[in-house]
Ligand binder design. Structure first.
Ligand SMILES: [Zn+2]
Length: 281
């Protein structure tokens, strides 16, 4: 059952759980998330990054995903992840995406609010929702933080202003989380999360959640995180499975689809673990 981000995060709030947002970039990653969702009877957000568009057109992903969504009774969202270009936003909405993440985090706050508002107006007009972002910048020069580096934290004041004025439906915050593989132990600032949660009246989102210990993710959920983005852990699992498969199948007749299926099966198992973790039980 395809719905928008606002609707699915409302379900998360009712159950005091988080909903996993898993990145998809091909049929195997989509099937891994859908199989895991059915095996665990979990809602799911399927996230296609703007940057994947050069590997597979987002329109093709929308058509592919709709096939699986039409056959499912589970709450599902088709989400555009980290979009920075309006052109991609328009294309995604036209193709049937029900959620857009507009990433204006590298812009000054006022500009981020203004552009997020514009995207929210258009998306809402088409029944879709919008996630905005604050943080992840290098404190020194304001450039986006590199993979594995946490960058600056989201300020409570900015989060309050942004959530009040931008019109978005969910807010991604930086409290020590980082994209990619962590350099060193991940540490989330729960005091900052609590302070932001008090000042913000829309659901909060945690990006870069691969590699964060389960206990920390559970605590983040108890303090109000309602969407948790997982990419690296699933992707590296698929790569590892493909490498292991190839190491054991060196003959010339090895089938490509047997390798991708081996990767998909391992990815499914990882997604299932996260889906179970995100349930408040
Ligand atoms: Zn992200």
């Amino acid at each position: 059952m395809l719905m928008n981000l606002r609707e699915i995060l409302h379900l998360a709030e009712e159950k005091k759980m988080a909903i996993g947002s898993f990145n998809v970039y091909n049929v195997e990653s989509v099937q891994a998330v859908m199989t895991a969702a059915h095996n665990t009877q979990s809602p799911a957000i399927v996230a296609f990054g703007e940057s994947y568009d050069k590997h597979m057109p987002l329109e093709a992903m929308a058509m592919l995903f709709r096939y699986y969504a039409d056959k499912s009774d589970l709450p599902l969202v088709l989400h555009l992840d980290h979009s920075k270009k309006l052109e991609t936003v328009y294309r995604a909405l036209k193709a049937g995406f029900t959620s857009i993440m507009f990433d204006g985090s590298a812009k000054p706050l006022a500009e981020n609010i203004q552009q997020s508002h514009y995207v929210a107006d258009i998306a809402h007009g088409m029944g879709a929702s919008v996630e905005g972002e604050l943080g992840y910048m290098n404190p020194e020069d304001g450039t986006p933080a590199a993979a594995g580096e946490q960058g600056s934290f989201t300020s409570v004041e900015d989060a309050h202003k942004y959530s009040r004025d931008s019109g978005v439906d969910a807010l991604a915050i930086a409290i020590g989380n980082a994209h990619g593989i962590y350099k060193g132990e991940p540490r989330l600032d729960f005091n900052q999360l609590e302070a932001i949660e008090r000042e913000v009246n829309i659901p909060l989102v945690l990006h870069g959640s691969s590699g964060i210990p389960d206990a920390m993710l559970r605590k983040a959920i108890s303090l109000g995180i309602r969407k948790i983005n997982i990419n690296t852990e699933v992707s590296t699992t698929g790569i590892r499975a493909a490498r292991e498969f190839l190491a054991g199948h060196t003959d010339a007749n090895t089938r490509f689809e047997a390798m991708t299926k081996a990767a998909e099966d391992q990815m499914t198992a990882v997604v299932e673990q996260y889906m179970d973790l995100f349930k408040n039980k």
